[in-house]
Write a protein that binds this ligand. Structure first.
Ligand code: NAP
Length: 485
């Protein structure tokens, strides 16, 4: 075996992806690795999202690291706190925390003399051979641009900044937004609060989620026979990554038709009042916005203490929310379930590649890379969740492992000795982005709705092909598409 160069590596972010990168780097023999994490604890999205009702909306046996199958998930779709506990347990097992610098946000990364000079909130960290970004996509909260937000006299906060010590029992709560987050909150809060108002700007398609506890005998069986756990994973993976994902990108019209029917039937059979049903019926294609899965939303919104408000919001006032029909909805608490700026990615970090070119400038017309992992002109810069990652299609942990597996091949090339810089060729990236643009119109995301997949330039940020194509692309870099020095 040839000797490996001892590379100094920085990982940005200690969420599920950053932890995985560290574990896999150590396994591959790289030990000089530091994770920079701006918060004080690990866990990323599962640390930040602690709102009532937060659960994974893919079955948990499909949401795990390949190297840490978990026979003990308590429910078909585990609560967020359990997923966070899982991540913490993995971190303990692999002694991840000794490599994390908590409370340090990376503010700058400058490519200079063949290395990345990295700066954090506590100053210069020196030179690194490569940087791996693992900062998540659903990370920067968006607050609605509604006049009067500051004038509200009660509590108001974003779902990703939940006030854990606030008791909502007996309160009048207003939630703005109807995405996956608001839908989960609705199911959990309606039974607890005095009055619940859900401010809907756009109706959402919802597919029924089969939820429930996993019996002890089942867990024992999974513990005793890992091959059964693996086949459960394969079954879920097939269902989600192959059938559902192929339907969304137009590669499986029969599966898509079935999905449409399931959503229509669910609405039809769950909501009795025709007026309410009409308000809850979207006017765009199933899957155009990210499909919501829920087991209790329709039931909750029909409870006597719940109200679906569809009159547009005029402004926020001291005592509540005023809608355009002139009505004041008096509230004690306002929750902004208004989502995330998924296109900010690594901003506001100042990243400068070859010749001092800012990533901000390279991405002025929209975020673009090569196969979502690398960017031309930015050598040794590897992204988990870069532009055109499959953010709307496959299980995130699976995506992250695939992308990092690809990045690792490039990092190993750097470690072999005769190459110290690796970046995609500009023409390879151009070809990839032209292919993306050609494929996107065939996907359901392009059928005419607004969603967090689409940026302000109209670019759709997701992966427009099947899971099988993604897996194949990630399995081995096309070396001719890279320039190395
Ligand atoms: P989202 O899907 O982006 O939904 C934001 C909601 O806020 C939309 O209903 C939007 O309405 C509304 N909104 C935004 N600005 C508004 C304004 N000024 N006035 C009125 N309404 C406004 O955000 P999210 O629900 O947080 O979900 C984001 C993603 O996180 C999901 O799609 C999913 O991928 C992920 N997630 C996953 C889970 C899970 O279980 N794994 C749970 C929660 C979230 P419009 O539709 O009209 O824009």
């Amino acid at each position: 075996m040839t000797a490996k160069k001892n590379l100094r590596l920085a990982v940005i972010g200690a969420g599920a992806s950053g932890m995985m990168a560290l574990i896999k780097l150590r396994e591959a023999g790289f030990h000089d690795v530091t994770i920079y994490e701006k918060a004080e604890t690990l866990g990323g999205t599962w640390r930040d999202n602690r709102y009532p009702g937060v659960t994974c909306d893919v079955p948990s046996h499909g949401y795990r690291y390949s190297f840490e199958p978990n026979p003990d998930w308590s429910r078909v779709c585990a609560p967020g706190s359990e997923i966070l506990d899982y991540l913490k347990a993995v971190a303990r097992k692999y002694d991840v925390e000794r490599s994390i610098r908590f409370g340090e946000e990376v503010t700058r990364a400058i490519w200079q003399d063949g290395k990345w000079q990295v700066e954090t909130t506590s100053g210069s960290q020196g030179a690194f051979d490569a940087v791996i970004t693992a900062m998540g996509v659903l990370h920067h909260p968006v607050y609605p641009d509604i006049p009067g937000r500051e004038s509200f006299e009660g509590e108001a906060f974003h779902t990703a900044r939940w006030k854990d010590d606030l008791d909502l029992a007996g309160k009048r709560v207003g939630v703005i937004g109807t995405g996956s987050t608001a839908t989960q909150i609705t199911g959990a809060l309606v039974p607890k609060v005095a009055h619940y108002s859900l401010f809907q700007r756009t109706a959402q398609w919802i597919a029924p989620l089969m939820q429930g506890p996993i019996p002890e005998e089942q867990k024992a069986l999974f513990r005793a026979r890992p091959e059964l756990l693996e086949s459960e994973y394969q079954r879920i993976s097939d269902e989600n990554n192959s059938k559902f994902a192929a339907a969304i990108v137009g590669a499986n019209p029969r599966a898509y038709e079935k999905l449409v029917q399931v959503c229509r039937d669910y609405l039809e059979t769950s909501v009795r009042n025709p007026e309410l049903r009409a308000k809850l019926t979207p006017n765009y294609a199933v899957g155009c916005k990210r499909l919501i899965l829920s087991e209790n939303f329709y039931d909750a919104i029909q409870q006597p203490n719940a109200e679906l408000v569809t009159d547009p919001i005029e402004r926020i006032e001291a005592r509540g929310i005023r809608t355009k029909d002139g009505r004041l909805h008096e509230l004690d608490v306002i929750v902004f379930a208004t989502g995330f700026d998924t296109h900010r990615l690594m901003r506001p970090m100042d990243v400068r590649g070859r010749g001092g070119r800012a990533l901000e400038e390279a991405w002025a017309e929209g975020n673009q890379g090569y196969l979502a992992v690398t960017v031309p002109g930015f050598p040794n810069w590897f992204m988990i969740g870069g532009p055109n990652s499959p953010i709307g299609n496959f299980s995130w942990l699976l995506t992250a492992e695939n992308q990092f597996g690809y990045a690792l091949r490039l990092i190993e090339r750097l470690a072999r000795g005769n190459v110290s810089e690796i970046a995609p060729k500009r023409e390879a990236a151009e070809r990839f982005n032209a292919d993306v643009r050609a494929a996107l119109p065939g996907t359901v995301w392009a059928t005419g709705c607004s969603s967090w997949y689409i940026d302000k330039h109209g670019n759709i940020a997701s992966w427009p092909w099947t899971f099988e194509r993604f897996e194949e692309e990630m399995s081995e870099p096309r070396w001719d598409d890279f320039e190395m020095a």
